[in-house]
Design a binder for this molecule. Structure first.
Ligand code: KG4
Ligand code: ZN
Length: 336
């Protein structure tokens, strides 16, 4: 089975050909990070325009790299939600055009389900059910993966996503966008105990997360130091921030795993590239005798392979769409 996966929900235009659910025949990613960096974040209209310009070339290259033609495909999978609406619409309409022209099934894929699927690409033995922590720039969720296509959200952030917290704090520290990776690098030479940063107290659902208090604390700390002319060691603050985010994410995931009886845990999303989060999750799982899965670093960020992989499982489950498929900016995993 050959599935083309198309991703355009944010600032990466990506396409990939996936064979038999888990083998990457090709993966092409065109990133716009350089262009958005001068604005300190993604500018939605610029993102849509770049997707428009790049999507055909990226898809052609993915097909050529896989030595495949449209006619060889069994389906065309595309991210339809959630994300920037103008950016999503480019991928959705392009995929519709391809499906219509080729007569192949059109397969809608939820972006977060795609992130979860990166673990199938990295671990041939992984099968549901398991518990997955998904942390990215726009989302932080603890999800029960009941089957390849059925999910239940057990915890979610009440405010900012973990990646957003990394990026906003990084910006306040003077690192370029997106700052998560710079915090990770700086943290390697810092002391994680140098600053005592707050852990959120979230009332109600004990598996919910919150990062806005931590973000505000770090930003205030930097502003106050600046006003008083005091120096703050960026490496120490990065290490402390990273350790705190890792503790929060790991703590809540372990709490949910214990309460729900999961012994198989996975990690996914852009923040799963973070060395502190990877190490903390691996250590917590090892301590409890849980098996732990995380994607290769190259698959943590947005890519087309994750959409092709999840699209393959969607097709097997009979999840396809007709020409009325629309892009949706906000859509919970519980609603798919
Ligand atoms: O999944 P993703 O590529 O896009 C969304 O779906 O949001 O995630 C991007 C996020 C950004 O916030 C970025 O700073 C963060 O993932 N990120 C990292 C690292 N690499 C990417 N955060 C911390 N440490 C990293 N090494
Ligand atoms: Zn993503």
């Amino acid at each position: 089975m050959l599935i083309l996966g198309i991703e355009s929900s944010c600032d990466e235009t990506a396409a990939s050909v996936i064979e038999d659910c888990r083998t990457i025949r090709s993966s092409v990613i065109s990133t716009q990070i350089e262009e958005h960096r001068k604005y300190g974040g993604v500018v939605p209209e610029i993102a849509s325009r770049r997707h428009c310009e790049n999507i055909l070339g990226v898809t052609r290259k993915a097909l050529a790299d896989a030595d495949t033609e449209l006619a060889d495909l069994d389906g065309i999978a595309v991210t339809y939600a959630p994300g920037l609406i103008g950016a999503l619409l480019v991928g959705v309409n392009f995929a519709k055009g391809l499906a219509l022209a080729s007569g192949k099934p059109l397969i809608p894929v939820h972006h977060i389900a795609g992130h979860i699927a990166t673990n199938y690409l990295s671990h041939p033995d992984l099968e549901p059910p398991y518990l997955c922590l998904v942390a990215s720039g726009g989302h932080s969720h603890i999800i029960e993966v009941l089957s390849y296509t059925k999910f239940r959200v057990v915890g979610r952030t009440r405010d900012d996503a973990a990646g957003e917290c990394f990026d906003k704090c990084a910006r306040a520290m003077g690192f370029p966008y997106p700052g998560g990776v710079h915090v990770d690098k700086a943290a390697q030479s810092g002391d994680p105990k140098a600053f005592r940063l707050p852990h959120p107290a979230v009332a109600g659902n004990e598996f919910d997360l919150s990062f806005s208090g931590l973000k505000t604390n770090v930003i205030n700390l930097l502003h106050h130091a600046e006003q008083k002319g005091e120096h703050i060691d960026r490496n120490d603050l990065s290490a402390s921030l990273q350790a705190t985010i890792a503790e929060i994410l790991t703590g809540k995931t372990m709490l949910a795993a214990e309460a729900l009886g999961y012994k198989k845990i996975a990690l996914a999303g852009g923040v799963s590239a973070n060395s502190g989060v990877r190490a903390a999750m691996a250590e917590a799982c090892e301590k409890r005798g849980y098996s732990f899965y995380m994607p290769e670093k190259s698959l943590c960020g947005d890519n087309g392979a994750m959409i092709g992989c999840q699209g393959s499982y969607n097709l097997i489950a009979g999840i396809t769409a007709d020409e009325s498929l629309n892009a949706v900016a906000t859509l919970s995993m519980d609603e798919i």
